[in-house]
Design a protein around this ligand. Structure first.
Ligand SMILES: *Cc1c(COP(=O)(O)O)cnc(C)c1O
Length: 448
């Protein structure tokens, strides 16, 4: 067995960001890779461990993004690495629908066990979050024999053709990529910070509006699925008001509609619960899972009610690589780490530190319009002080400042004015506080 990967958990800059080697490598990136690929931080990463990313110039950068909520168990988590090494030497591929192997079965057993609800459950493994969402919709349509899918404002569900249609935001996700799939209906989302009605009745008012629109514009009996992120990810970490998710789930149940929770970003301990729906005891019919599932290896899943998952004929689901043995080994390591390293509690602890620090910043810097999130999924929405006008300029300045000091943060939001924090759940308090100190300096450096 090789020595476990490690890297001192300290921010350390040895060159400006980007350093000379990254500058050269990024020229090759520009020459060799499609211009359609964005970039959040202009450095090239060589190795990583826990919450530190080391670039090719030797700079050690604090990771507050986890590769977009993927390395929840930490970069190169030792349980994941050990299982991957063992697996890659034993078996890398048969295609599960050609000849099965245990890893796929074990991951499905684990998902059926840890997801909410004690009814019989079954799972399907695929390669990406978008593929999980596509499959959940296929399964819901097949089960209900209905065509329509209900989605929400500010939603993000992926970049494939069907999932582009399900995603709300035009630029950059949809612009010029149509025509899109049909039978997709978008409903208002109770985004409390920007809600025009009364906040006292936001839950009931939004549910009334949505159910009325479904009945008038689609007909509930035509709806196969209601698809929602329990906390919206790319949309800007919008947390729907209390009672909204249970109300929506009840409406789906009363009308024979499959209720699908897209927990691709909010799942796997991120929010201080194993899954975000657990907060209000909501039990989805189907869940789409990816990102945090396998500690950085590509894997995704649909997990849900056995009678729904089993309604599809053999051969109707699948794919060449779905549930690859190495990715499955990584998932078993990640799930083990979440349990053994008590990462649910750790996420709640990180969330408390983040939330307190961000609220303290908001008290000093009126550019912060709102602090929101749950657990280690926190965000700030930046506005021009005294208004709710999105302040993209300030977001860009804060991000740039943090990057220059070796702190990687990500943005989000329909209006591009949200900074989101998704640290690996193994980040030390000291490292997190160091990063938050840099963030404070970034706000102090704004001239407004
Ligand atoms: C990232 C994301 C997806 C898409 O996942 P990919 O693996 O990038 O295809 C779908 N839903 C949500 C909520 C996401 O955050």
């Amino acid at each position: 067995m090789t020595a476990p990967t490690s890297l001192v958990q300290e921010r350390r800059l040895v060159t400006p960001i980007p350093g000379p080697k990254s500058v050269e490598a990024l020229k090759r990136r520009a020459a060799a890779t499609s211009a359609g690929l964005g970039i959040a931080i202009p450095v090239v990463i060589e190795r990583a461990h826990d919450a530190i990313l080391q670039d090719i110039d030797g700079n050690c950068i604090i990771d507050l993004g986890s590769g977009i909520g993927v390395t929840n168990v930490g970069n190169t988590n030792s349980r994941v690495v050990a299982r991957v090494i063992e697996q890659v030497q034993a078996l890398t591929h048969t295609c599960f629908t050609v000849a099965p192997y245990m890893g796929y079965i074990e991951v499905c057993e684990a998902l059926n066990e840890i997801t909410p609800g004690d009814h019989p459950k079954k799972s399907l493994l695929v390669n990406s979050g978008a593929e999980a969402v596509e499959n959940a919709i296929k399964i819901a349509r097949h089960y209900t024999k209905r065509p329509a899918v209900v989605v929400f404002e500010h939603a993000y569900h992926g970049r494939t053709n069907l999932t582009m249609a399900l995603t709300a935001k035009n630029l950059p996700y949809k612009e010029g990529f149509g025509p899109f799939a049909n039978e997709v209906y978008r409903m208002p989302l109770p985004y409390s910070y920007r809600w025009s009605g009364s906040l006292d009745t936001i839950t009931q008012d939004s549910l009334d509006e949505i159910t009325s629109k479904i009945e008038k514009e689609i007909g509930a009996h035509n709806v196969a699925a209601i698809l929602i992120e329990p906390i919206l990810g790319e949309g800007g970490f919008i947390v729907p008001p209390k009672g909204f998710m249970p109300g929506l789930a009840d409406y789906a149940k009363e009308n024979g509609i499959v209720f699908i929770a897209d927990e691709v970003q909010s799942g796997f301990a991120r929010t201080g619960d194993l899954f975000a729906v657990n907060e209000e005891g909501v039990v989805p019919d189907l869940m789409t899972l990816a990102k945090g599932i396998a500690g950085g290896l590509p894997l995704a899943a649909v997990t849900g009610r056995a009678e729904i998952m089993d309604s599809v004929h053999a051969g109707g689901l699948g794919g060449t690589y779905g549930g690859n043995p190495v990715a499955c080994a990584a998932a078993l390591g990640a799930i083990e780490s979440i349990e053994q390293d008590r990462l649910v509690e750790r996420a709640a602890h990180i969330g408390q530190i983040l939330n307190e620090s961000l609220n303290a910043l908001a008290a000093t810097y009126p550019v912060i319009g709102e602090v929101r999130g749950r657990g280690a999924m926190q965000a700030v929405e930046l506005v021009y002080p005294g208004t709710k006008e999105p302040n993209v300029e300030a977001v860009n300045a804060v991000v740039k400042y943090c990057q220059s000091q070796g702190v990687l943060i990500l943005t989000a939001g329909t209006y591009n004015n949200v900074i989101r924090f998704l640290p690996p759940l193994v980040i030390t308090d000291a490292l997190l506080l160091d990063a938050l100190g840099v963030l404070e300096l970034a706000f102090a450096s704004l001239d407004s």
